[in-house]
Design a protein around this ligand. Structure first.
Ligand SMILES: Cc1cc2nc3c(=O)[nH]c(=O)nc-3n(C[C@H](O)[C@H](O)[C@H](O)COP(=O)(O)OP(=O)(O)OC[C@H]3O[C@@H](n4cnc5c(N)ncnc54)[C@H](O)[C@@H]3O)c2cc1C
Length: 398
């Protein structure tokens, strides 16, 4: 009998988890047929997207080769950009690394092409933290500014060179600003500058931080950020950056050496032409067991998918933590579907427990959880350890 081909498009946090879960659950056999696994990604390895701010701050490598993973044994990894899913013919089309157009048949398909970082209009200036290239540009920019500040005799200009604005105060903006402030202070000391002259502003359009949890957690976050050297400006949005000045929505002008945008995620725009059913926002439409509507054998999870808890009606957010739970469940769904059994249905992570962890630089962090109406807050070194475990778990490194 022929092999079954299971293709996973996208080896991000969701795709990697899906590959592991389906491989482990099926043990590579379904109804007596061997399963051949193929993972297609436009990148040469798994990018730890949740750590994207690290290469903007230092030299950390956040790309992991596929072969690093034990569960990669026997899996074919293809570098290519998928352009279309032909669910009638059960084929996908992709452009390979050499630019050739290729078609490949699937029996099972998992779409996990994720999200991209939202970008402001190009004429709004600044740099968005979107990928490894922009992270490197950001790193070079603030470092060059500090080197220039060493010889700068005009105190106003020196202050500007030592100032960064991070626009957007979601978890990614919070983590970016904290680690950046600490690293800039270190670098300033090494260059003989006064580290207390480093200013990192986190521009928050809301009246408080961390809208996902209670006010007091937002206040705690504000306090820890202050200890890192980050000043949070509330009800404050960057309108544009030009020639070293950020124009704020209240009319103030903030002189900066660099403005970094961290304004959230949107579903991968490549989905618009991929041939799959989408919500108006551009996420793949699936049923309660992640099956893509009208496309037999096709599943979708992660940031690119609109996943709703049938009991609560609540949709999952674009969160790495949710991807892990979805991927584990998908393994059980796929084996149940293959064996003709009733498959599990989606349950949102918040119906199990609300849990958020935030890293705020070496040995600093904040973990907030809520269960049965009871709040739990952990800070300091234990929170940092927890955060590191979550980062590793998201990339299947535990
Ligand atoms: C800076 C930053 C910090 C974050 N911090 C947190 C956090 O603290 N906690 C949290 O829970 N979440 C966080 N997130 C969100 C988290 O990164 C996402 O929820 C998670 O990455 C979603 O995983 P995914 O696999 O669905 O998509 P992605 O991680 O976007 O992976 C998609 C994969 O598909 C590939 N791909 C895309 N298009 C194609 C194509 N056409 N053909 C082939 N391959 C393709 C990509 O190369 C990528 O490997 C953060 C995001 C960012 C940007």
């Amino acid at each position: 009998m022929n092999d079954l081909t299971c293709i996973i498009i996208g080896g991000g946090h969701a795709g990697l988890g899906a590959l592991k879960a389906i491989k482990e659950k099926t043990r590579r056999i379904a109804n007596g047929r061997q399963i051949r696994f193929v993972l297609i990604d436009k990148q040469p390895g798994h990018m730890r997207k949740v750590l994207l701010f690290r290469p903007a701050v230092g030299e950390e490598e956040i790309m992991i080769p596929w072969t690093h993973y034990e569960f990669s044994e026997g899996v074919e990894f293809v570098q290519g950009m998928v352009t279309f899913v032909d669910s009638g013919e059960k084929q996908i089309r992709y452009t390979d690394a050499q630019g050739n157009d290729v078609r490949i048949h699937y029996d099972l398909l998992v779409v996990t092409v994720g999200s991209v970082v939202r970008q402001p209009d190009p004429n709004q200036g600044g740099i968005s933290l979107t990928d490894l290239q922009s992270a490197a540009v950001i790193r070079e920019c603030w470092r060059a500014n500090l080197r220039q500040a060493v010889g700068e005799t005009n105190p106003k200009e020196r202050n500007r060179l030592m100032t960064v604005a991070v626009a957007g105060a979601g978890i990614s903006g919070v983590e970016t600003s904290a680690e950046l402030a600490l690293e800039m202070q270190k670098e300033a000391s090494a260059l003989g500058l006064n580290p207390s002259e480093i200013s990192v502003y986190l521009l928050n359009g809301q009246e408080r931080l961390f809208l996902e949890g209670p006010k007091k957690v937002g206040r705690k976050l504000n306090q820890i950020l202050g200890e890192c050297g980050v000043t949070v400006l509330y009800n404050c949005k960057a309108m544009w950056e030009e020639a070293g000045v950020v124009m704020l929505n209240n009319g103030d002008r903030l002189p900066v050496g660099l403005c970094i945008w961290t304004i959230g995620l949107i579903p991968n725009p490549a989905l618009r032409t991929m041939g799959l059913p989408l919500t108006p926002d551009g996420q793949v439409l699936v049923d309660e067991s992640y099956r893509v509507q009208g496309a037999p054998g096709v599943y979708s999870i992660g940031d690119c998918t609109r996943i709703v808890d049938p009991k609560t009606g609540k949709a999952d957010g674009m969160r790495c933590a949710d991807c892990g739970l979805q991927a584990d469940r998908l393994g059980k769904i796929v084996i149940a579907d293959l064996e003709g059994r009733t498959a599990p249905v989606h349950k949102s992570s918040s119906s199990i427990m609300d849990l958020f962890c935030i890293g705020l630089g070496e040995n600093r962090g904040l973990v907030w959880g809520r269960k049965w109406g009871l709040n739990m807050v952990i800070t300091g070194k234990p929170a940092w350890k927890f955060r590191n475990i979550a980062w590793k778990a998201g990339s299947k490194l535990l």
